[in-house]
Design a protein around this ligand. Structure first.
Ligand SMILES: NC(=O)C1=CN([C@@H]2O[C@H](COP(=O)(O)OP(=O)(O)OC[C@H]3O[C@@H](n4cnc5c(N)ncnc54)[C@H](OP(=O)(O)O)[C@@H]3O)[C@@H](O)[C@H]2O)C=CC1
Ligand SMILES: CC(=O)N[C@@H](CCC(=O)OP(=O)(O)O)C(=O)O
Length: 336
């Protein structure tokens, strides 16, 4: 059995991770951490009652390494880069769910996150854990940068068409909508019920930090200089992301050709479903699937994709990454 610890276990992604890991046949959860909460885990996440017998602790990296082989780091960015180096030094394998190791350039990180990166030598060498693009680089890695939720949705939608040369890599417009759990569990005014219920609004227009992540990963995957305009929206749902993406075809093309290109690209990739109908968040909720499709409308290509921000956008892909790191079938514990 692989012994697994979870840092930031009081949060949303940690809760989803625990639910998935409890059905993983090769994993035992041995430690769950919180900075200040000392309750039983099932007091913080009542749905876990009767399923796990652990208390929250504030553990050093060395203490975690005495109990676990691998640690999922479910902390906010900045907190994560303060923790990950010590976890690695203590000998743990790490899947980091934050954004701290996703970008390759410390200057880009500083510009978009407003913080100097304190572990810059790991940027550019850490594998970006989007298995549909980089599965061959994940086995045996000690640290994986788990992708962002909007980012995964957008990249999985666009990669087949950009890599295949069907759409222009520049001037792509991504209109994306997220459920409120995407903002995490800590209190913030914009996610109070009375602020966001029965309302939909854009935020971080022109400045959302997933913009450079989407551009970087698609540029790496395609070898083309990808440039996107990305606008996120907060929607009154618990969970789910829908991205509607507008692009210009490189030459006249039909929907059938594009659907065929997507199917070929995702052949053998168990968690991306190229669908005929229009994707709905409801159809992927609580699953590790990302549903994608495409339409040709007049002289534009419209790509649509959806996933569950907490599962394929965070905890599900984190387990997919752990499976691949360890040579376990990537679908283990993830088909529900
Ligand atoms: N929510 C989502 O849909 C997605 C989230 N992510 C990323 O995953 C990570 C976890 O997200 P999520 O679970 O939603 O976040 P939450 O806010 O729900 O939980 C994060 C946990 O980290 C701990 N924490 C908070 N601040 C600090 C700090 N400064 N130092 C140390 N620990 C801290 C808290 O636990 P305590 O106070 O008990 O110590 C908190 O419960 C984030 O980096 C997020 O950006 C990625 C993709 C999707
Ligand atoms: C609705 C909502 O607030 N969503 C979050 C999603 C970010 C996220 O979780 O991704 P990272 O891991 O890159 O931080 C946001 O826009 O900041």
């Amino acid at each position: 059995m692989m012994r697994v610890a979870i840092q930031g276990a009081t949060g949303y992604t940690a809760y989803e991770l625990i639910r998935i890991l409890l059905r993983h046949p090769e994993v035992e959860i041995t430690a769950v951490t919180s900075r200040s909460d000392r309750r039983r885990l099932d007091a913080v996440h009542p749905a876990l009652a009767g399923r796990i017998d652990l208390e929250l602790e504030d553990l050093t990296a060395t203490e975690i390494a005495e109990r676990a082989d691998l640690c999922f780091c479910c902390l906010p960015h900045v907190a994560s880069m303060e923790s990950v180096p010590a976890l690695l030094t203590a000998g743990l394998e790490v899947v980091d769910l934050s954004a701290d190791y996703r970008l390759t350039d410390p200057g880009v990180y500083e510009r978009w996150y407003g913080h100097v990166h304190t572990d810059p030598t790991r940027l550019g060498t850490t594998v970006y854990g989007l298995p549909e693009l980089f599965a061959d680089q994940i086995p045996g890695q000690k640290l994986i940068a788990n992708p962002g939720c909007y980012t995964s949705t957008s990249i999985l939608a666009l990669a087949p068409l950009i890599c295949g040369g069907y759409i222009e890599p520049a001037g792509i417009i991504i209109d994306a909508k997220s459920g409120v759990s995407g903002a995490g569990r800590s209190a913030k005014q914009n996610i109070l019920y009375a602020e966001c219920n029965e309302s939909i609004s854009a935020y971080a227009v022109g400045s959302h930090r997933h913009t450079p992540e989407i551009e970087q990963v698609l540029t790496t995957a395609s070898g083309k200089d990808v440039d996107v305009l990305f606008t996120p929206h907060l929607t009154p749902m618990d969970r789910g992301i829908l991205a509607t993406i507008y692009a210009t075809p490189t030459k006249p093309v039909t929907q059938e050709v594009l659907l065929g290109a997507m199917r070929e690209f995702y052949d053998g990739k168990p968690f991306v479903r190229v669908v005929e109908g229009l994707p709905r968040t409801k159809d992927v909720a609580h699953t590790n699937y990302c549903d994608v499709t495409v339409r040709v409308v007049e002289d534009r290509v419209i790509v649509l994709a959806t996933l569950d921000n907490l599962i394929k956008g965070a905890a599900g892909v984190a387990v997919q990454n752990m499976n691949l790191m360890r040579g376990i079938d990537e679908t283990t514990a993830l088909i529900v």
